[in-house]
Design a protein around this ligand. Structure first.
Ligand SMILES: [Ca+2]
Ligand SMILES: [Ca+2]
Ligand SMILES: [Ca+2]
Length: 126
């Protein structure tokens, strides 16, 4: 095998190993029939980590949820939590989600297309 082929194979294997999360499926699950994720749906998505239903996602809930979902790089979940805690009070809630949403919503039209969701998800978490 040529070096280039070995390299290509290594990259491919790496992409596969990273897998686990199917972004298209995740997107469709929350986007609804209009195929756009609005802020309320985006908030619902992060809110599903809220195990005790008090409206706050703690670092522990986030960490556990992240692992249970098989999301990428679970060893960095505490870091992702900090990144997302935009109104820094050590919980994720309705104060934080609009800020994160705006980062994802590149064209500022108030909705996330699959392309925006994918692109920013990968930028944030891969
Ligand atoms: Ca909670
Ligand atoms: Ca917060
Ligand atoms: Ca948009």
């Amino acid at each position: 095998m040529k070096t280039v082929e070995i390299f290509a194979l290594a990259v491919f294997t790496c992409v596969l190993a990273q897998g686990g999360v199917n972004l298209d499926r995740l997107f469709n699950q929350y986007a609804g029939s209009d195929n756009i994720i609005q802020l309320i749906e985006f908030s619902r998505f992060w809110g599903h980590f809220d195990d005790d239903g008090d409206g706050q996602v703690t670092k522990q809930e986030f960490d556990r949820g992240w692992r249970e979902e098989g999301f990428p790089n679970p060893q960095h979940a505490p870091l992702f939590f900090l990144e997302m805690d935009r109104v820094a009070d050590e919980v994720l809630n309705s104060q934080d989600y609009p800020h994160i949403f705006h980062l994802f919503d590149e064209n500022g039209d108030g909705g996330l297309s699959l392309r925006e969701f994918r692109y920013n998800w990968e930028a944030f978490f891969n």
